[in-house]
Design a protein around this ligand. Structure first.
Ligand code: TRP
Length: 477
């Protein structure tokens, strides 16, 4: 075997805290702020939340540890690390396919992630200029978009959607920002972004949640999120949605966490650290729910608005709240910060592989992949206007009616991420060298046994079953 390039010193986190912040930054993103409330709102609230937490505990958190340990052990790109561990275990290098599926899925996710992040930027600017107007008028406690009617506010998003040029410009700006940070390297770019943006993010989120609990209908939000109506849990699609969300939110599926694990030092205790990351991400999702739903309820809006919840319902809600102009702007800035620390992790996966495989300079790799991501992302961006009639996946059950955006989102988070997670669980649970794997976890005794049981039995069975059910929902019917 050729001497494999191992991650250079400049591509290593400077401390465990930096690793935790970067990995939490990858996990915490639009998945928590936009996708989680959307999914919870559309899938019955409490029942979805309960299933989601179960999925995180039993499936996603154990897989998070599996991924970080593949990376830390390999100290290479995601594909390099997976193949390395397979070889060392005397298993077929074909197990590296988990990372190949992951790399493709994650790069595809980045294509539409940048589109949604572009919408966020649009709202940062529009709510920011609105705030400046309110402050200039000496009215710091104005509601958001005070000069517009609620009907006009709800038009901001459709107006953006019907303006392909504007959408593509924002998408391009966000791709460029992501490329810039990744090109600056692991320590000089990704870590710096995480260390500055994540603490600011936490402070803003805390502030908004306090505001929301005081001014909004907090009791109803708590009830909505935590009082499960169990009949809703057995509706078709809810368990798939919960598992898909767990994968998406924890950045799982053969990519980001292997990549970031590769930059962790030998001293980092992976078992404990993965627990912290999973806990932080789930906490942020729930707190985001507690920030968003009280406001939505207090102005009599419905929680099941779908993907427009964050971009139509919320701005309209901030309209009638005192100080809504400030809080609305803060909310979109926070969402932008969360999106950036996630998008860099999505890009890093393929950049690390291209620099390793083709010895390409990092900047060049980031630029070329960035261009590709922008190009493919155009399909998603334009699926809201120019390409609205196209249905790319008529041959996959359940995907027939999806336009480009939903098709790429669906195929990655409902199929490819679980598939690569399934391969990861089988590989780590059954085929990878047990001694090597156990040593990397830094777990021992009962906790180690429990983790091995979850990875070897629970993850493959649950993920496999949910994958099959997702493809063939008629089995249950
Ligand atoms: N977890 C991020 C979020 O919640 C998105 C994300 C980053 C992601 N890296 C990923 C999703 C890798 C799937 C796979 O917004």
């Amino acid at each position: 075997m050729a001497a494999n390039p191992v991650v250079p010193g400049s591509a290593r986190w400077s401390s465990r805290a930096a690793f935790v912040l970067a990995a939490t930054g990858s996990a915490v993103g639009l998945g928590n702020l936009w996708r989680f409330p959307t999914e919870a709102g559309m899938n019955g609230g409490g029942a979805f939340v309960a299933l989601y937490i179960l999925c995180v505990l039993l499936i996603a958190a154990p897989l998070l540890l599996a991924e970080t340990l593949i990376g830390r052990h390999g100290q290479r790109s995601t594909i390099g690390s997976a193949v390395h561990l397979a070889r060392e275990s005397g298993a077929s290098p074909l197990w590296g396919s988990l990372a190949v599926v992951g790399l493709i899925a994650n790069t595809l996710i980045l294509t539409f992630y940048c589109v949604v992040a572009g919408w966020v930027m649009h709202f940062v600017i529009s709510s920011g200029s609105d705030l400046i107007g309110a402050l200039a008028g000496g009215n710091a406690l104005a509601g958001a978009y005070a000069d517009s009617s609620v009907a006009e506010i709800r038009q901001i998003m459709p107006a953006l959607f019907s303006d392909p040029t504007m959408m593509v410009v924002w998408q391009a700006v966000f791709v460029a920002l992501t490329v810039f940070i990744v090109a600056r390297g692991v320590k000089g770019g990704i870590e710096v972004a995480a260390v500055w943006l994540m603490p600011t993010f936490f402070l803003l989120l805390l502030g908004i949640t306090i505001y929301s609990s005081i001014t909004g209908d907090f009791a109803r939000a708590v009830n909505f999120l935590f009082a499960p109506d169990w009949s809703a849990a057995f509706q078709p699609g809810v368990i798939n949605a919960a598992l898909g969300q767990a994968f998406f939110s924890l950045s799982l599926g053969g990519g980001a966490m292997i990549a970031y694990g590769a930059y962790a030092s030998r001293e980092t205790k992976l078992g404990e650290t993965s627990g912290i990351i999973a806990f932080a991400d789930t906490g942020v999702a729930i707190i985001a729910g507690l920030a968003i739903f009280p406001i939505v309820f207090s102005v009599g809006l419905e929680p099941n608005a779908g993907p427009t919840l964050m971009f139509q319902t919320l701005p309209a809600a901030f309209h009638s709240m005192p100080g809504g102009a400030i809080v609305g702007f803060a909310f979109f800035v926070l969402a932008l910060f969360a999106a950036i620390t996630s998008s860099v992790s999505l890009l890093e996966i393929s950049v690390a592989w291209v620099t390793e495989r083709f010895k390409a300079p990092r900047t060049l790799a980031a630029l070329v992949i960035g261009l590709f991501v922008f190009g493919v992302g155009l399909l998603s961006a334009l699926s809201f206007n120019l390409l609205a009639d196209q249905r790319p996946l008529p041959f996959i059950p359940g995907f027939e009616n999806f336009g480009w955006f939903d098709a790429i989102d669906g195929i990655t988070s409902k199929l490819m991420l679980p598939l690569s997670g399934l391969i990861t669980a089988i590989f780590i649970g059954w085929f990878a060298d047990k001694r090597l794997v156990n040593a990397e976890t830094d777990l021992s005794g009962g906790v180690l046994k429990a983790w091995r049981f979850l990875i070897a039995f629970v993850c493959p069975l649950a993920v496999g079953a949910i994958l099959v059910l997702g493809l063939f929902p008629q089995i249950l019917a």
